[in-house]
Ligand binder design. Structure first.
Ligand code: CTP
Ligand code: CA
Length: 230
């Protein structure tokens, strides 16, 4: 065996991973977007495939990334398209990981033609509409035994620290696992840069070691593997 060979412990496991940032069109040339490199989702898909899983990667907009080998790649743009593709793939999946940065809002209407500047110097007002919560929908429709994983980037604020927000989000979303990245400056709370936790619905809280996106992927799949065995 190759010395760097990964365990084939996800053989027979069907997983769906979403990655990247969605774009919500305003007119034929403009959009409201979410910043996301897609690297974490791609690393999750790649590592899962290397460990033997059957992987569908639903990818919104990302940096130029190599397509992971042995993965079924579905390219999408908007939150609506991402939701549709993820729901379709989730219908016969054992694990769904929502690593995508999904736009919470979209322009309420899509202008048919490019919006032109007005002669009077005024600027248009864009009305936004809420996008549905894809993760919450997956939880509501989950198959028996299906494991659903969410991601969250949190800062502390006057309402609490990163972990307080993350615990509330896990409860609110109803997913099985939540990967939490502590970002930004949350003064006086437990925030450090580049730190994270993996919170389980059963109350278990693992501090994630500082590391690469591949390492985080390996840790997440370890925990998913243990959960599927239970
Ligand atoms: N998510 C989703 N559908 C949305 C928004 C978010 O499925 N419309 C998923 C993300 O992919 C992620 C998780 O929900 O896995 C948490 O996203 P986050 O933006 O942190 O949560 P929100 O509920 O949108 O809360 P916030 O107001 O903090 O943005
Ligand atoms: Ca959000």
């Amino acid at each position: 065996a190759r010395p760097d060979a990964l365990p084939r412990d996800l053989e027979g496991v069907r997983v769906v991973v979403s990655a990247g940032g969605t774009r919500e069109p305003l007119d034929p040339v403009r959009y409201l977007g979410n910043r996301s490199s897609g690297k974490q989702g791609y690393a999750l898909a790649r590592v899962a495939a290397q460990r033997g899983a059957a992987v569908t990667l639903v990818a919104a907009h990302t940096l130029a990334l190599p397509e992971p080998a042995g993965v079924d790649l579905v390219s999408v743009s908007t939150a609506e398209q991402l939701g549709k593709a993820v729901r379709t793939a989730a219908a016969d999946a054992d694990v769904v990981v929502m690593a995508a940065a999904v736009a919470d809002f979209r322009p309420e209407s899509l202008a048919e033609h490019k919006i032109k500047k007005a002669d009077d110097g005024s600027a248009p007002v864009v009305t936004l509409a809420r996008n549905p919560d894809i993760l919450a929908g997956l939880v509501a429709d989950r198959r028996p035994g299906q494991l659903i994983v969410g991601f969250a980037a949190e800062t502390g604020d006057e309402r609490g620290g990163v972990l307080d927000h993350a615990r509330r989000k896990l409860a609110r979303k109803g997913c099985d696992l939540l990967v939490v990245n502590a970002v930004g400056e949350g003064r006086a709370f437990e925030v450090e840069e580049n730190t994270g936790w993996l919170l389980s619905a059963d109350g278990e809280e693992r501090k994630l070691p500082l590391g690469s996106k591949s390492q985080l992927a390996a840790t997440l799949w370890d925990v998913v593997f243990q959960s599927l065995r239970r």
